[in-house]
Structure formats: C-alpha cells, structure tokens
Write a protein that binds this ligand. Structure first.
Ligand code: NDP
Length: 400
C-alpha cells in the first residue's frame, strides 16, 4: 500500500500522473496538488477519481503550506513536478514530516539563473539523520542520461574518459516559437554561458557559440550547440576517471533567430522592470504570451533522440558507444495526450518513484541517479515506453 503526493500539474506531471495511475499495485493512492487547482481537477477528471483520490491548491514556495498538506495526505513519497524554485521548500517540508522526496530538476534561485546541486546536496546529512531519501533529477536529462552513463560504466568500460550527452528534438510543432517545457526555465537554461568539464576544471564558452553537426538516429544531421546542463556536475563527481564531459542540444535557425531578437530587446531578462506602476520580470511576461508546452502535443510530428556518447577503455582497448532513446511526439500524444519532451521526463519520474516505493532504490540521504544500480531502471524504461539502444561506434562523431 503506497500513497504519493504529486506537486505540479503541468506538461510533465500530466504524463507522470497518467503513468502512475496505470500501476495501482505500486501507486495505490495518488494525490495531486498545484498552484492552480483547476489544472489538478481537469487531470483528475481525465484519469478518474478512483486513481487520483483528491486534489489540492498549494503554493509550494511556502514550506509551511506544503508541510500542512503532507500532514493531511500522509504520503509515502512526494513527487515534485513543479518548478526548480520550489525544490528547497518542498525538501524542507519533507524533512519536517519525515517523507521521501523526488524531483526532475535541480534547485535554482529565482533571482539568479544558476543551476547547481550545492543547495540540495547540503541536505545530505539532514535527510540521512531523518532516515528519509531524496532522489534528485529523475527525468530524462538529468535522469536517464545519468543512468545511461552508470550503465556504460558498469557493463561496457573499465574506465570512462569522455562523455558527450546529446539532446535532439527533431520534431515540428508548427508554432513560430515555443519551448517544449516550462518557457521560463528553458530560456534561463539556454541563454546562460556554456560550460563543460575538462581535465579537472570547468571551462566556460559564450552562449551557444560552439557547434557540431551531429547525425541523430532516425532524424538526420542537426546543428548541436554546447551548453551547460546540470547532470554534468553530478556525473563528474560520482563517476571516476572522466577527463571531459559536455552537453549538446539541437536548435534550428528559426528558433535561434527568435531567441536572439527576444534577448536583444531584453525580453529574456530576469531583472524586474517597472511597468504601469508595478514591477514585472520580462521573462515571466514572455512565458505568459508563449504557447503552453502542454498544448503543443496535438499535431506535433517527428521525434526526439537523447543519449550519451561515451569513450573509454575496456580491457586495455579504447572504444566509443552511444546509448540513446528515440521518442515519437505523435505516439506519446496518442498514448497519454502529451508531446515527447513531457513524456521523456514524466515516465522516468514515475520509474524513479516506483523503484523507491518498492525498495529497489532505497537508502537514506540525498542521491543522484548515477549513484544507484542502473540495471533495474534500464529494465523499466523499455517496459514503460522508452526503449533504449546501444551502438558501438567506429569513432567519436565529434570533430573537437
Ligand atoms: P509546467 O510549467 O508545464 O508545469 C509546472 C507546474 O508547476 C504547473 O502546474 C505550475 O502551476 C506548478 N507550479 C509552479 N509554481 C508553483 C508553486 N509555487 N506552487 C505550486 N505549484 C507550482 O512545467 P513542466 O511540466 O514542463 O516542467 C516541470 C518540471 O520538470 C520543471 O522543473 C522542469 O525543469 C522539469 N523538467 C525536467 C526535464 C528533465 O529531463 N529532467 C525536462 C523537462 C522539464 P501553474 O499551472 O499555476 O503555473
């Protein structure tokens, strides 16, 4: 008998709620809370009140409110699918109530676009002492990409030297400009300076200034840009021997042109400005006028390809492998009414939760995905709609 409280009712949550609802043997009772309760009600109506037992309005920026809600629901696990800003208040509420915690994105202060684990890692001893667990970053990237790396380290290499995580969305949603997950978080992420790890140091690049044209399985060649992504920090810390770790994401010319214009006129700024007698944050306003990522699913064609290129040594010989998943927007829409970016995040959140609830991944403290045995997670991925493949490459596809 297990009970989960899911916080957030956006694109990712929609997928996780629907996937959890199909597994009553692991998720007996699902409770759903978010800032806008009508979104929870709509999801409950779709999934059924027999599976989503009750819905609540909560402001998860307020740890006290979350604590009261946890005391009312008494869940075994809180699945945080709100925004990175809410990670710490929700972790505080979990600590106060002795409840396990899971999220898909690391904490970021609202007034500073800074993706770092230091704030959440600082809870390690407190969670351990309380005998509760936090699983950080159980989405696709971070999440599955961490597990892919741990899987390669376990089964394919004696030592991993070079890691390149690649994230390609080869889909077409037909909109002039839209982001595939929360626009505010997405734009904060891609407009920051690039950063990668090499020879024990973090090196910076200008935003989206380093490009490789990579050939993605079942998609084709796409321009891919080096950027910083949070899983690099934890993987480099937890997988020994890595000499270089980078992250690449594909962007089309039209997308980049829109972004350049929006940046050029200050619309992506997180500095508040005075507008008609009140302070507004330009990026928050931009989010309000952009399409809701959850609404992109209808008519979205094409697929994503996200994976990890890994070069290392096995039995004294150097080799490169690519572990990846393709996910088709139209198929995920048909299955759960969501596009592939929400799907590839929402499914791993459900899997991480399932492994915690059944005790497969369970130890007190605060952990990243690569710190657990990857095999059970990899097994679940294929079963729940995210099949993966391993290719042995003749050589690394990167020119530098
Ligand atoms: P959405 O914007 O679609 O959904 C976010 C939800 O959180 C909304 O329902 C929103 O409520 C709710 N929310 C926001 N603030 C609060 C608050 N203070 N209290 C309670 N609820 C709140 O985002 P996505 O579903 O696209 O993304 C969800 C998370 O998944 C994000 O953290 C994102 O970074 C992460 N993610 C991770 C990925 C990975 O691979 N690891 C990939 C993609 C996303 P309201 O409706 O009122 O705005």
């Amino acid at each position: 008998m297990s009970r989960v409280l899911i916080i957030g009712a956006g694109g990712v949550s929609t997928v996780t709620v629907k996937k959890c609802a199909r597994l009553p043997e692991y998720f007996d009772e699902i409770y759903l809370a978010s800032r806008t309760v009508s979104k929870c009600e709509a999801l409950q109506k779709e999934v059924g009140a027999d599976r989503v037992k009750a819905v609540f309005a909560v402001d998860a920026d307020n740890a006290g409110e979350v604590e009261s809600l946890i005391n009312e629901v008494k869940p075994d696990l809180v699945i945080n699918l709100a925004l990175p800003y809410q990670d710490l208040p929700i972790m505080d509420a979990c600590l106060a109530t002795g409840t396990d915690y899971l999220d898909t994105a690391n904490y970021e202060p609202k007034d500073e676009a800074k993706f770092e684990y230091k704030w959440q890692w600082a809870y390690q001893d407190k969670f351990k002492d309380a005998g509760i667990m936090a699983l950080l970053g159980s989405g696709f990237d971070p999440g599955v990409t961490n597990v892919f790396t741990a899987y390669a380290a376990k089964h394919y290499f004696d030592e991993i030297h070079y890691l390149d995580i690649v994230d390609c969305n080869g889909g077409d949603h037909g909109q002039a400009f839209a982001t595939n997950f929360n626009p505010e978080i997405n734009i904060r992420e891609i407009t920051q300076r690039g950063k990668f790890y090499e020879d024990g140091q973090w090196k910076e690049t200008d935003p989206l200034s380093v490009r490789e044209d990579l050939d993605y399985q079942n998609i084709g060649v796409r321009p891919s840009y080096l950027m910083y992504h949070e899983e690099l920090e934890s993987i480099v810390k937890h997988i020994p021997g890595i000499k270089r770790a980078r992250f690449w994401m594909t962007f089309g010319e039209a997308y980049l042109n829109h972004l350049r214009v929006l940046e050029g006129i200050g619309m992506t700024s997180i500095e508040p400005v005075e507008f008609q007698g009140q302070k507004i944050v330009p990026l928050e306003f931009l989010k309000a006028v952009l399409p809701n990522p959850g609404s992109l699913a209808e008519g979205y064609t094409g697929m994503t390809c996200i994976g990890t290129y890994i070069t290392g040594v096995k039995d004294g010989k150097e080799k490169t492998i690519f572990i990846y998943n393709n996910c088709d927007h139209a198929k995920t829409n048909e299955e759960v009414g969501a596009q592939a970016v929400s799907y590839t995040t929402g499914v791993p959140a459900m899997i991480g939760a399932k492994l915690m609830l059944d005790g497969t991944w369970k130890k007190p403290g605060v952990w990243n995905m690569e710190q657990f045995d990857p095999d059970p997670f990899m097994e679940e991925l294929g079963k729940h709609g995210l099949p993966w493949h391993v290719i042995e490459c003749d050589q690394s596809p990167f020119s530098k």
